[in-house]
Design a protein around this ligand. Structure first.
Ligand SMILES: [Zn+2]
Length: 247
């Protein structure tokens, strides 16, 4: 059975819940015909939340992709195929992840623009993240300089755009070539692209705030050398619940 579930998080990161129907129950979890849950990937954790139906409810503890379907990992009884459910994410956690993810893209744009260094990896939890760069050196002073630039750019409230580009077009885009768009599996077409206007552009599956002002202030909390041309920076959102850009 093929399940082409509607993936709302890909187009509207601000939708918190949806009505849906259970398509399948797999050993790993529940598949529904449309979902607001983000399936973990690209350094962003899967959403948590709940599935609720007439007479029942279960916690969703993670979400991931399996053969194109989003699997909702649940802690408790599963609704049977055909059940009408409400799928709802833990919005506060998700919104912090959106702010964190957009902060990382802004950071990557700045380090490329001003230091010519590519990103080689990254990971995030709500409110904290790390990013690895192909840089020869990294110091506390460098961290403070980057932090100042990051907050300046975020404060410019640059719009964050989501687009779907035909694969051919994405592969020919100079900004996307830098971020190794060619490594995306051939079956992926169109390619989803996140642009922070005037700062960063990359193929990305994650969820983001509407503009950089929604991130709020960010601190660089640690800089470390992990080897030659392998430097790591850790960032943290400076406060919780910035109302700007919350949709
Ligand atoms: Zn990303």
């Amino acid at each position: 059975m093929t399940t082409a579930a509607q993936d709302i998080a890909a187009t509207d990161a601000y939708q918190r819940s949806t009505e849906a129907t259970v398509l399948e129950v797999r050993p790993e979890g529940v598949v529904v015909d449309r979902t607001v849950f983000y399936a973990r990937g690209g350094g962003q954790p899967g959403d948590t939340g709940r599935l609720a139906w007439d007479g029942g409810e279960v916690r969703v503890t993670d979400a991931f992709k399996q053969g194109g379907a989003t699997i909702h990992v649940v802690d408790g009884d599963r609704p049977a195929p055909g059940t009408a459910v409400t799928a709802e994410i833990d919005w506060d956690r998700r919104h912090v992840l959106m702010r964190t993810h957009t902060a990382l893209h802004a950071l990557s744009g700045i380090v490329w623009r001003d230091y010519g260094a590519k990103v080689t990896g990254g990971n995030m939890e709500p409110g904290v993240a790390r990013m690895d760069f192909e840089l020869e050196s990294m110091s506390g002073e460098f961290g403070r300089e980057v932090e100042a630039k990051l907050n300046q750019e975020l404060g410019r409230d640059r719009p964050v755009r989501v687009e779907f580009l035909p694969r051919d077009e994405a592969l020919a885009d100079p900004d996307l070539i830098r971020t190794k768009v060619n490594l995306i599996p051939e079956a992926v077409d169109p390619i989803r692209v996140i642009t922070i206007e005037g700062l960063d552009r990359q193929a990305d599956g994650g969820t983001h705030v509407l503009s950089t002002g929604g991130v709020g202030p960010v601190r660089v909390v640690k800089t470390e050398s992990k080897g030659k041309a392998f430097k790591r920076m850790r960032i943290e959102l400076a406060r919780e619940g910035d109302p700007a850009g919350s949709g």
